[in-house]
Design a protein around this ligand. Structure first.
Ligand SMILES: *[C@@H]1O[C@H](CO)[C@@H](O)[C@H](O)[C@H]1NC(C)=O
Ligand SMILES: *[C@@H]1O[C@H](CO)[C@@H](O)[C@H](O)[C@H]1NC(C)=O
Ligand SMILES: [Mn+2]
Length: 431
């Protein structure tokens, strides 16, 4: 009887995945491994606590935060409260998909990526490609839940996302001066308010953009008789807007994985992309001799070593066979393994934030896309851990001060556009 109990507990301790009881599983002498089986201390097995018995659970059980991480609504944290639990890296969902030019549905991305991440856990989180367990290293990592962004009005949605990132980036980190955020989209337009938030903290930031599309398109590249100021805010124009408002580095930003068709009958889109400050690595570059290694080297040569870098991953950079669950699929992309390899090679860069966007689960099959997205989020968090805590020295506080006092036109101009747009909309609705 006792033998059976010991064997059962041992099996339990060996196989179970748990977040709540991670420490218990590792340290509590009541649990022993197969190694101790010849001399288990049976006296310890007599009185398991309720926590011992019912705390641990299997990977597919429990409430689904990303990788079973602890959850906190970071948007309701009072930053003046000294008692708050501080964190260094956080997942944040941005379920917004009404700035999409083709198939919508990415509002369901964050929850689906969380569901696909359930086999990730602090307890079995060691990234052997990197030699670190990002979930169990210097950084306190949590899941901040979702920004409750409206699906009814993009003017309001943009305002909500701007304010949300401002709040998130004003929280104190635990080991870091400022937390790093791993955003889960949502369509790609969410990058604009993210870059606005980062600008206030770090100043102009360099962006590496994995995507099959340029996303530096000027709004008039979506020609229509009908337009408004907010109709310029789309998942294909946000990098153009970010450049226009001075949020990103003027040069040496980088696209990786391009293969979309471009406008007209020539290279105009690429010329405009040059003006937005981007270099381009095309998807086909992988076909060169040693193509994957050359791409990785090119990325490291282009991006700055000591300045803050942001990584944006549109899941449509992957081939449709590797990521069918997205709104704007393009044939001829990378495999998931190739993308992970490129991400791993970015170790050493100063990564201060990242996203995985455009995951649209209703087009997915067998969780292929969401599984890729959750693994990529894990690899990106590994990079954030490898880059170390954000130090006070990296912050550009004077920018934030200027913005507060209304001196910096780059952000106030955008705020003004929103106000004017709002007045215009109200007129349209009620006249
Ligand atoms: C917060 O940071 C302190 C050291 O500054 C560390 O001892 C503590 O473990 C950290 N908390 C978490 C939850 O990581
Ligand atoms: C867009 O914003 C500009 C000011 O930035 C304003 O002059 C213009 O009327 C607005 N257009 C619409 C359609 O609201
Ligand atoms: Mn995109």
């Amino acid at each position: 009887m006792i033998q059976t109990k010991a064997a059962l507990l041992s099996l339990f301790a060996t196989l179970v995945f748990s977040h709540a009881n991670y420490e218990t599983l590792n340290k509590n002498p009541k649990y022993h491994s197969y190694k101790d089986q010849n001399s288990p201390d049976f006296s310890l097995l007599e009185q398991p606590s309720l926590e011992d018995m019912w705390g641990p659970f299997w990977a597919y059980q429990g409430i689904q935060s990303f990788a079973h991480l602890p959850v906190q609504n970071c948007l309701t944290i009072d930053k003046n409260n000294k008692e708050i639990e501080r964190f260094d890296i956080a997942l944040i969902g941005v379920p917004f998909d009404t700035a999409t030019s083709f198939r919508p549905g990415t509002r369901f991305g964050p929850q689906a990526i969380r569901a696909a991440s359930q086999r990730q856990d602090k307890w079995r989180g060691f990234n052997f490609r990197a030699g670190v367990n990002p979930l169990d290293d210097w950084a306190n990592i949590i899941d901040c839940g979702d920004i409750p962004v409206t699906p009814m009005d993009n003017t309001l949605a943009l305002k909500q996302m701007q304010l949300a990132y401002k709040q998130l980036l004003s929280l104190p980190g635990n080991t870091s001066s400022v937390p790093k955020y791993m955003s889960l989209g949502g369509d790609h337009s969410i990058l604009l308010p993210i870059l606005q938030g980062l600008y206030e903290v770090y100043g102009e930031i360099t962006v590496i953009h994995f995507d099959s599309h340029l996303d530096t398109w000027a709004p008039d590249k979506y020609p229509s008789f009908w337009s408004s100021n907010t109709s310029e805010f789309t998942h294909g124009s946000m990098l153009w807007l970010a450049h226009k408002h001075g949020l990103i580095a003027p040069e040496n930003n980088l696209h990786v994985g391009l293969r979309t068709r471009i406008s007209g009958n020539g290279w105009d889109d690429f010329r405009e992309d040059d003006e937005v400050g981007f270099k381009r690595i095309l998807a086909d570059a992988i076909l060169d001799d040693n193509g994957l290694q050359k791409i990785a080297a090119n990325i490291l040569e282009t991006l700055p070593k000591n300045k803050p870098v942001y990584i944006s991953v549109d899941i449509d950079v992957l081939d449709p066979s590797a990521a069918p669950g997205t709104g704007t699929i393009e044939a001829g992309g990378f495999t998931t393994r190739e993308l992970i390899h490129m991400i791993r090679k970015m170790k050493g860069l100063n990564i201060v934030g990242a996203d995985v966007v455009e995951v649209s689960p209703s087009y997915d099959q067998s969780d292929i896309t969401t599984t890729a997205a959750s693994q990529i989020a894990y690899e990106l968090m590994t990079l954030m851990v490898e880059a170390g805590p954000v130090t006070e020295k990296q912050l550009v506080k004077h920018n934030a001060a200027k913005i507060e006092s209304g001196e910096d036109l780059r952000l106030t101009a955008l705020d003004r556009i929103i106000q004017e747009e709002r007045d215009y909309q109200l007129k349209m609705l009620f006249n």
